[in-house]
Write a protein that binds this ligand. Structure first.
Ligand code: F6R
Length: 585
């Protein structure tokens, strides 16, 4: 969701630094952007903000400055118009604010301010800003921000530029804020990947904390009482180059092709962690949770635990938490998330922890909210995922869940071997791009695409359909193969593409039987399977690497989605309306 970038230091290109920081955050999804700089000559703040994408925009028209703040907005409160884009400035032009979240009691705060202040936007953000302005008449800037922020209800992160004191303040109760210092320069952002160009020693702001940035210095406070806290910087092992596109035309294809390396890494380096978590959950009732693609990984996890370790578990959408209410210390929730910031999951985690259950966070971003909250932590090590669509983080989760299930059944080495084999088999798939390009050309002419799978292939059918719809805007649905006769088959007509995921297991025959029923009604059958079949009109072969064949099925679906998007001349990295990490409800 919204991106934030701020700079204060000795370099006089603060506007440019912030704009290029925002460009690194574009993948989060946004509909308008803005940059505020302090004008040293006029002792005031100048702002450039616009709806639409940054593309080739510059901030050359803004003055040289050593203090700047920027934002990419994903609208929640107020329409997508220039006035509602952040940053907002107060009446005196001393402060500029950017904000992620929703101030739930904004109407109540506005009541006392409406007479005295000029409101230029429809946002809840601007209301808080005028409260800061009001409090700053008597208080230093940092105190005004702290006091104002304690009045705001909801899960929020704000960043305020103070042109008078030459500082940036940030406070949060939700949404990530990461900070770093390099020499005389201080930076903050909503996301660690955008700070890697400066340093990999990062400070992750906790909920309830506030930071004050001046040139080369960051101090930390407790929001509730203003007491000073000791900052704790952490070293992240992501490299700046990993967040760059390099030789690839899009992040999506780069991240798809990174999967073999990631799987090998998981096979070698997460085995110990899988053993540890296996011991942790062995005698507990197990629940899985996540949203979107992470939920499909959660569902796959529950299938793996049963089929590989005979352990029953339940996967729930984090935004449908009713089935994980009233857990106790006999229960453990495995919370899956690439970003570690998805608000619905964070709330579910808080809920189950408050009731006494323990949480295992399986997450890709070090220092993220989920990573910090989890009782046990698994860091996937998939590197920065910049494309809005989850690809490598999904298969990384499948990789870890495979190891976990094998560890539970006492066969960890088998899991490790299968992952290594899957890594090799992926390269074979990547060498057959012509095949998938030809299929993509055919399928983009269709309005509806169905994907079916049974058993372990069922969660993959759901994920495959999600990938196609997110990036092509065509209608794609995943179904359990056995559900066809119960209604879905009514949708099939002559030429309807039906992707059939069939593992070489006890479900193969019955999946083919379902495919036959589709074919009998005119369905165009695309088989993804280790075993070819005469009923397939198109066949995308995979090796047979047991449960890890799921990873190969998904790789084909990822490639198909990518090339369909290219056929349709759509940007696969930034699909419309979507945001990379969903930090508001
Ligand atoms: C799909 C996608 C989303 C995310 C979901 C959860 O391609 O990216 O469905 O999987 O928003 O995000 P995380 O994993 O960051 O919690």
């Amino acid at each position: 969701m919204c991106g934030i970038f701020g700079y204060v230091g000795k370099l006089d290109k603060a506007g440019e630094i912030v704009l290029s920081g925002l460009k690194k955050l574009e993948y989060r999804g946004y509909d308008s952007w803005g940059v505020a700089v302090k004008s040293e000559t006029q002792n005031s703040i100048l702002v450039k903000k616009k709806t639409g994408k940054i593309n080739h925009a510059t901030v050359e028209d803004l003055p040289k400055s050593t203090l700047a703040l920027g934002h990419t907005r994903w609208a929640t409160h107020g329409a997508v118009i220039n006035e509602n884009a952040h940053p907002h400035t107060d009446c005196t032009k001393r402060f500029a604010i950017v904000h992620n979240g929703i101030i739930e009691n904004y109407q109540e705060i506005k009541k006392n301010l409406a007479q005295k202040h000029h409101f230029r936007s429809e946002t809840d953000t601007e209301i808080l800003l005028h409260l800061i302005e009001e409090l700053a008449i008597k208080l230093p800037g940092s105190e005004a921000v702290r006091k104002a922020f304690t009045r705001a209800r909801g899960l929020n992160a704000i960043v305020v530029l103070d042109a008078l004191e030459n500082k940036i303040y940030t406070a949060k109760t939700g949404s990530p804020i990461v900070l770093t210092v390099k020499g005389q320069n201080s930076y903050l952002a909503s996301d660690s990947a955008s700070l890697l160009a400066f340093s990999n020693e990062l400070l992750f702001l906790n909920d309830g904390e506030m930071a004050i940035l001046s040139s080369g210095k960051i101090t930390l406070q407790n929001i509730a009482d203003g007491k000073t806290l000791l900052p704790h910087f952490q070293k992240v092992d992501w490299k700046f180059e990993e967040s760059e596109m390099g030789k690839y035309p899009h992040f999506m294809i780069k991240e798809i092709e990174e999967q073999p390396k990631i799987l090998l890494n998981i096979s070698a380096n997460l085995a110990e962690s899988a053993e540890k978590i296996a011991a942790f959950i062995k005698n507990k009732n197990v629940y899985f949770s996540g949203c979107g693609t992470a939920y499909f990984a959660a569902l796959a996890g529950s299938y793996y635990l049963m089929s590989l370790a005979k352990k029953r578990s339940l996967a729930v959408y984090a935004n449908e938490p009713i089935l994980v209410k009233n857990l106790t210390d006999d229960d453990v929730l495995l919370a899956l998330s690439q970003s570690g910031e998805t608000i619905d999951l964070i709330e579910t985690v808080k809920m189950v922890q408050a009731e006494g259950a323990k949480v295992v966070g399986v997450v890709n971003v070090l220092g993220s909210t989920l990573f910090r909250m989890a009782n046990e932590k698994v860091l996937l090590g998939a590197g920065p995922e910049i494309c809005v669509l989850a690809t490598k983080s999904f298969t990384a989760k499948l990789g870890f869940l495979t190891l976990l299930s094998y560890a539970l059944s006492g066969n960890l080495k088998v899991g490790q071997r299968l992952l290594a084999q899957a890594a090799e088999a992926l390269d074979t798939i990547f060498s057959q791009k012509q095949k998938i390009k030809a299929l993509a050309k055919k399928l983009v002419k269709k309005q509806h695409i169905f994907v079916i799978g049974r058993g372990l292939s069922y969660p993959m059918a759901l994920e495959s359909a999600l990938k196609i719809k997110e990036v092509t805007y065509l209608h794609a649905e995943g179904f359990a193969a056995g559900e066809l006769k119960h209604g879905v088959i009514a949708l099939i007509e002559k030429g309807t593409p039906c992707v059939v995921l069939a593992l070489n297991d006890e479900n193969y025959e019955s999946t083919i039987a379902s495919a036959m029923e589709l074919k009998a009604r005119g369905g165009y059958i695309v088989g993804i399977s280790p075993k070819n079949n005469e009923i397939f009109d198109d066949y995308l072969p995979t090796s047979d690497v047991g449960v890890a064949t799921n990873i190969l099925q998904i790789a084909w679906a990822q490639l198909l989605s990518y090339y369909m998007a290219l056929e349709l001349k759509l940007d696969p990295d930034k699909p419309r309306n979507l945001a990379k990490s969903v930090t508001v409800k």
